[in-house]
Design a protein around this ligand. Structure first.
Ligand code: URA
Length: 234
């Protein structure tokens, strides 16, 4: 058994003083219950979380971010703000990286983790993980577009996309589109090849995990155990 503040400080992520502030601020849970006492004695194997993120010597971290337009899906960039700049300490120092990329002007669900093997699996072209986007185009979408996406669009450079799914929404300028790969500017290029350039793009689902509708643009939260399990089942 050891004191909770000591246990947090032992991770090297916080000083003892910072650990005490986190605990008093109600951000620390032990076995799923908020604990505001720094002297609380915890078992060595008791699950401890800070802001919902599991804390342990080598506990991997899994977050979802509602990416706003204007930030880049990178860990560092000489010019633009990156998605890591949207996270408070200590998360930018935990070796997190985005699971795949969204364009600078694309919004929506971005997963961040430091679990390399899982990210690698989710991004592997052989794995065909479903990604669902809300898309708006300049033009009117029709059944021809639905059919073309379902057969697999051939892009301008000759690349043959895998079959996807386009679900038209009532106004016919917006739709949900599901793709199973992640080529550079893929949806923009698919729609451009139909003569209907993308004017807005937002990812709403990745590998069975949905963007939390409560999450404001630019905000993040830890994935739940259920969401992490969903990713591991992909
Ligand atoms: N397709 C695109 O064109 N852009 C994205 O950001 C994601 C998918």
């Amino acid at each position: 058994m050891e004191r909770l503040d000591k246990r947090l400080a032992a991770t090297g992520l916080w000083s003892r003083k910072e650990a005490k502030e986190l605990i008093r601020g109600g951000r620390v849970q032990v076995c799923g219950q908020v604990c505001r006492s720094c002297e609380e004695k915890v078992e060595a194997d008791a699950p401890v979380t800070v802001d919902g993120v599991a804390i342990g010597a080598h506990a991997p971290v899994y977050l979802m971010l509602h990416k706003p337009a204007g930030v880049v899906s990178a860990t560092e960039d000489g010019r633009d703000k990156t998605v890591l700049d949207l996270l408070p300490e200590p998360y930018p120092s935990l070796g997190l990286f985005p699971v795949g990329r969204l364009d600078k002007d694309t919004e929506g669900l971005l997963l961040l983790t430091n679990d390399g093997p899982l990210a690698h699996r989710l991004l592997s072209p052989r794995h065909h993980v479903d990604k669902i986007y809300y898309v708006q185009v300049d033009g009117t979408l029709d059944e021809g577009d639905v059919e073309a996406v379902s057969k697999g669009i051939c892009l301008g450079d000759g690349y043959q996309c895998l079959p996807g799914k386009l679900e038209l929404l009532n106004d016919k300028t917006t739709a949900y589109i599901t793709i199973r790969e992640g080529k550079y500017h893929q949806i923009k290029r698919m729609m451009a090849s139909r003569g209907k350039p993308v004017t807005y793009l937002k990812r709403i689902k990745f590998g069975g995990v949905e963007l939390d509708p409560e999450l404001e643009k630019g905000s993040w939260r830890a994935l739940t155990q259920g969401e992490i399990s969903t990713l591991f089942r992909q």
